[in-house]
Design a protein around this ligand. Structure first.
Ligand SMILES: *Cc1c(COP(=O)(O)O)cnc(C)c1O
Length: 361
């Protein structure tokens, strides 16, 4: 029996996400895995608040299905909205997936502006929707005229319905100004502003929710709160739409550990905010010192990472050379980003090790 043929044809086209093989990289560098300096995935180098581990150890309700009321209220208070405007998800990724399922009929298309966060393309392909791309210009600015022309073009075969935009952007690090968001909201589209990095900079689109039912803001605890491994994200949207998003999520999509950890984070905002401030200060320092190296051109960033243009070798070559020294940064497979690398801002001593290695190359 041809087992492969059992799988739906469009699944054959999906590229599996391959996380870095830490064991092999560490062995090649002659290091243990926990000695690697991991600046490749925009994780928070300071980790979560120490209260998270304490609260997880003390929690006594793991045998019960989780209750989301307290967390929904705490997130609402943190974001400055009502609990009815909050939908929790198993990472922001799950919310991206659920938004597509909630809003798109079979021929409805998703609009993205590459280079961008790869999960928008992934979930669009997974659900067999057409994808429309409006590439950013050489400075990674949005092509607003291109987006407007695409959306207003009378094309009955494919109807653009949804646009996903990270702000601050991944991988470019630049935030989208609110006047641009307003222009997008005037189009017949649902605009998803992915604010995974908003605690590190940029202006939130949230105030526009009061006047725009077609806006959805998506955020995560992975980056600012150091909880990438616990998987918690949330969407902020008008209550009418939030009610429907609540209907399509699994009843227990967020696990009890993530709930406990997030509540502990809110109890220790001072520490977590100090870590964020420290990373922002390190970002500014790294920016200057990377530029001083001479063959790297760091772009301005409002996130916890810096996109750099590389001269003299390709991005993947630079990433490989650093990996041999136990330092991981992100290079990209796409031709458009061949001469770029993305560097997550780490703790001061990690950033120093990176700078030392770069100067030696
Ligand atoms: C990291 C990242 C996410 C993923 O968030 P999770 O909550 O970990 O799923 C979403 N969007 C962007 C732009 C990201 O960089």
């Amino acid at each position: 029996m041809d087992v492969e043929s059992l799988v739906r044809p469009h699944i054959h086209q999906l590229q599996p996400y391959v996380p870095p093989d830490l064991e092999t990289i560490a062995a090649r560098a002659g290091l243990a895995i926990d000695q690697l300096i991991r600046l490749d995935s925009n994780e928070n180098a300071f980790g979560p608040s120490p209260r998270v581990a304490q609260a997880l150890a003390r929690y006594s309700g793991y045998q019960f299905y989780p209750d989301y009321r307290a967390l929904r209220e705490a997130v609402a208070r943190y974001a400055g909205v009502t609990p009815q405007q909050v939908v929790l998800g198993n990472g922001a990724d799950e919310l991206i997936n659920l938004i597509i399922r909630l809003l798109l009929a079979p021929d409805d298309a998703v609009v993205i502006c590459p280079p961008t966060f790869p999960m928008y393309r992934f979930y669009t392909a997974l659900d067999c929707h057409p994808l429309l791309t409006v590439p950013r210009d050489d400075d990674f600015a949005l092509d607003m005229a291109g987006i407007e022309a695409l959306v207003r073009e009378p094309n009955n075969a494919v109807r653009p319905r949804l646009i996903f935009l990270p702000s601050p952007g991944n991988p470019d690090g630049q935030a989208i100004p609110l006047d641009v968001v307003r222009r997008l909201l005037a189009l017949p589209l649902v605009v998803v502003m992915d604010e995974a990095y908003i605690e590190f900079g940029g202006e939130t689109a949230l105030p526009l929710l009061a006047e725009h039912g077609n806006l959805i803001v998506v955020r995560t605890f992975s980056k600012w709160a150091g909880m990438a491994g616990l998987r918690l994200g949330y969407a902020l949207l008008v209550p009418e739409l939030a009610g429907y998003l609540e209907r399509v999520r699994d009843p227990y999509n967020v696990n009890a550990a993530a709930v406990v950890a997030a509540l502990a984070t809110f109890d220790d905002l001072e520490t977590v905010r100090a870590n964020v401030a420290h990373l922002i200060a390190e970002r500014e320092r790294l920016q200057r010192e990377l530029a001083a190296i001479g063959w790297l051109e760091p772009l301005p960033s409002q996130a916890n990472f810096i996109l750099c243009r590389v001269q003299g070798c390709s991005g993947p070559e630079l990433a490989d050379a650093l990996a041999e020294r136990g330092i991981l940064i992100r290079a990209f497979p796409t031709p458009r980003l061949q001469s770029y690398v993305r560097i997550t801002v780490g703790r001061p001593e990690q950033n120093d090790a990176l700078l030392r290695a770069l100067r030696e190359l």
